[in-house]
Design a protein around this ligand. Structure first.
Ligand code: GAR
Length: 199
């Protein structure tokens, strides 16, 4: 299966995915990396790995759906079968979700449904929970809501700083996300209501 990664920032998850594809740990072809930010480090990582890239400039579009239409067109031009969001900081329109229904994966740095939103690691630390973690889920119309594929818990220690916890979280997500992508690419995930079963 062909897949694309959408990323807005540093792209450390993208790097983990690139490495996993190269090592044969993801049985899928990464055919495109799309960003909404021209200077995203993720694009540099993709170019270095010789993965085709596309920058789609949100400023060129009047609303979310027309931006998403342009992205979906690029995905179709590259024969993309499924999509992995990796730090893509935009909410997808229903147009996008419908174009790739049950074929869009996302990684969120908390144990959903706890700590939705874009500061999940900080929020969990400040709340004082003893355990947080990572969630890979399908993307639906609601933010951080879709059916859960994999989760992994990460304990929070009293001495943890935000920097320390972020480092631990990243090291866990860089293993968990490629694993989930590989399961999807190999057709191992079956959705039953809100449950995902491994075939
Ligand atoms: C990752 O930690 C990912 O879990 C998080 O953004 C970071 C992107 O880092 N995603 C979200 O918060 C989604 N709500 P990266 O660009 O280095 O992969």
């Amino acid at each position: 299966m062909n897949f694309a990664v959408l990323a807005s920032g540093n792209g450390s998850n993208l790097q983990a995915i690139i490495n996993a594809v190269k090592a044969g740990k993801i049985k899928g072809h990464l055919v495109l990396v799309v960003s909404d930010r021209e200077n995203a480090f993720a694009l540099k990582r993709a170019r270095k790995a010789k993965v085709p890239t596309a920058f789609v400039d949100p400023k060129q579009f009047s609303d979310r759906e027309s931006f998403d239409r342009a992205v979906v067109e690029k995905l179709r031009q590259s024969s993309v079968d499924f999509v992995a969001l990796a730090g893509f900081m935009r909410i997808l329109s229903s147009y996008f979700i419908n174009a790739y229904r049950d074929k869009i994966l996302n990684i969120h740095p908390a144990l959903l449904p706890a700590f939705k939103g874009s500061h999940a690691i900080k929020d969990a630390l400040e709340y004082g929970v003893k355990v947080t973690g990572l969630t890979v889920h399908f993307v639906d119309e609601q933010v951080d809501h879709g059916v859960i594929i994999l989760q992994e818990a990460v304990p929070i220690h009293p001495t943890d700083t935000l920097e320390k916890l972020e480092k631990t979280m990243h090291s866990v997500e860089h293993k968990l996300y490629p694993k989930a992508i590989d399961l999807f690419a190999r057709g191992k995930l079956e959705i039953r209501g809100r449950m995902v079963r491994l075939r």
